[in-house]
Design a protein around this ligand. Structure first.
Ligand code: SAH
Length: 231
């Protein structure tokens, strides 16, 4: 069954070129994945098509009203779907979550804007709140695109041999090893000699060590033993 992904946004045009280019564009054209973009504003109630309003309790900035968001999701019809609300307060997006979303059959990604979305949409839609990092974006669109990209490349048939899924960052709890290609010498920097040796055992050992070294330097947290106090 084809994985279906719906993106609900106030800015549908945001997705025009990302969904046409490269791997993602090809996967969609080849119908390996069914990606649809809908405009939350089509579900606004009043004739001004208002989708945001002031925050109860005060404070600056507008909040997305619940009705257009809830009704936009409901208008997709019933089905076995996971609703993901993009939010900086969500659980961190990571490779295991990408894999579980890629298992399908249907993902609905809801993009917030302004100060965010009325909190009631979370229980009403049974939504999972997901964050793509400890930063605040201006809207959920770039975050949704991150999820679409990470998920679609896991769909069987999307990635060929040339872009192998086999050994990568986060597999085995390590970052990927460094990669080199031609030329052998560039601006005085040489490709590590071992990679030219043809000795597969030595190459594998070098790559393991280099991956470990890079993980130590950039992501020491990945090497920490799990905290036994956490469930
Ligand atoms: N007031 C909020 C920020 C809202 S940003 C706060 O301080 O937490 C507006 C929208 O951008 C959010 O509704 C969400 O959909 C999206 N967004 C911003 N940062 C994000 C992140 N790190 N991950 C996922 N979505 C994010």
């Amino acid at each position: 069954m084809t994985l279906r992904i719906d993106i609900l946004t106030l800015f549908p045009a945001f997705f025009d070129s990302p969904l046409r280019e490269s791997l993602l564009g090809r996967a969609i054209r080849e119908e390996l994945v069914d990606v649809r973009v809908s405009d939350i504003r089509d579900h606004a109630h009043d004739r001004h098509r208002q989708v945001d309003d002031a925050s109860f309790g005060g404070g600056p900035g507008m909040v997305m009203k619940p009705e257009p968001v809830v009704e936009a999701v409901e208008s997709l019809g019933p089905g076995d779907r996971r609703v993901v609300l993009l939010s900086p307060s969500g659980r961190p997006f990571d490779q295991p979550l990408a894999e579980s979303l890629a298992a399908g059959p249907w993902i609905v990604l809801v993009c917030g804007r302004y100060e965010g979305v009325d909190e009631r949409v979370v229980p009403l839609l049974g939504a999972e709140e997901v964050s793509v990092g400890d930063v605040v974006l201006s809207g959920g669109e770039a975050a949704a695109l991150t999820i679409v990209d990470a998920v679609v490349r896991l769909v069987p048939g999307v990635i060929g041999n040339e872009e192998s899924l086999a050994v990568e960052s986060f597999d085995r709890g390590l970052l990927d090893h460094p990669h080199y290609t031609r030329p052998r010498s560039y601006r005085g920097l040489e490709v590590p000699e071992v990679l030219l040796s043809g000795d597969h055992a030595r190459i594998a050992a070098w790559r393991r060590e280099a991956a470990l070294e890079k993980t130590r330097r950039n992501r020491p947290d990945l090497l920490q033993p799990p905290d036994p106090r956490e469930p």
